[in-house]
Design a binder for this molecule. Sequence first.
Ligand SMILES: Cc1ncc(COP(=O)(O)O)c(C=O)c1O
Length: 327
Amino acid sequence: MNGPTVSVSLNSPQFLARNSFISSSKLKTDTSRRSLGICKCVSSPPAEQTAYTTKVSRNANMAKLQAGYLFPEIARRRAAHLLKYPDAQVISLGIGDTTEPIPDIITNAMAERACALSTVEGYSGYGAEQGEKKLRSAIASAYYKDLGIDESDIFVSDGAKCDISRLQVLFGSSVKIAVQDPSYPAYVDSSVIMGQTGLYENQRYSNIEYMRCDPQNGFFPDLSLISNADVIFFCSPNNPTGSAATREQLTQLVQYAKKTGSIIVYDSAYAMYISDDCPRSIFEIDGAKEVAIETSSFSKYAGFTGVRLGWTVVPKELLFSDGFPVA
Ligand SMILES: Cc1ncc(COP(=O)(O)O)c(C=O)c1O
């Protein structure tokens, strides 16, 4: 005879994986084995399912996301390694965060501004959707001085990751993207969710161009191997390799995009850490304004990972195939 059962809820990234969804009402733990120290998970037959379900079906693209998603996979392997070698000093290249507090000149200004919202003079309703003029202008002059980018090209947001997903919505489901391999996972994930890809097989999604970047090619891809890509995500310095592209390499990239009609989405989230002559912005390269968008962030420069503040530059010169401005 079966013993009593207790429900177990699922709370892991596996939750997103294809075919991994088992509702908590269906997953029961057989406690009759507890005396043996064994806890057996069994799926109850569908007949027992009583939970109400909506008529809305799950987005099939979400179901394509893999349990093999990079960060949970790194965490899993790290935990397994530590289980085997408890004294190992592991340097994790998994999900990272900033470690220094936000400078108080910033938090004081934030506090002042927040308090002012409780006064009649200081209260403001919805802000301008592109961001405050003063901040747009400060970003343009601090980071893009003499590069031909002005405040109207800057769009302030709650971070680069959010902008990457919004750009995918802007491009739609019929574009094909290229990514550095390895790269920050947000480019691929947003592409999958938008329905730009096929299924995940042999550690790759179909309909994505993976541009290998490794010590053999100096961490810069062989662009001639790209068979065709509408949108090229390029991050410099790259997460996770840390490699920054040189002026010559970025010139090659811009010329390639111009030749093929592609748009580059250049992620400069770590650009302020560049200390040599490598460009900090794609707009340091001639002709980039006609082929590139740049997305960036205060997360890493100023400890804003939790506060959320970033921006994207979309130059007026960047046009879709029908001549319509991308901005
Ligand atoms: C390359 C890269 N771009 C963007 C982001 C996310 O930036 P934000 O915090 O502004 O969303 C990260 C965060 O790890 C990153 O590594």
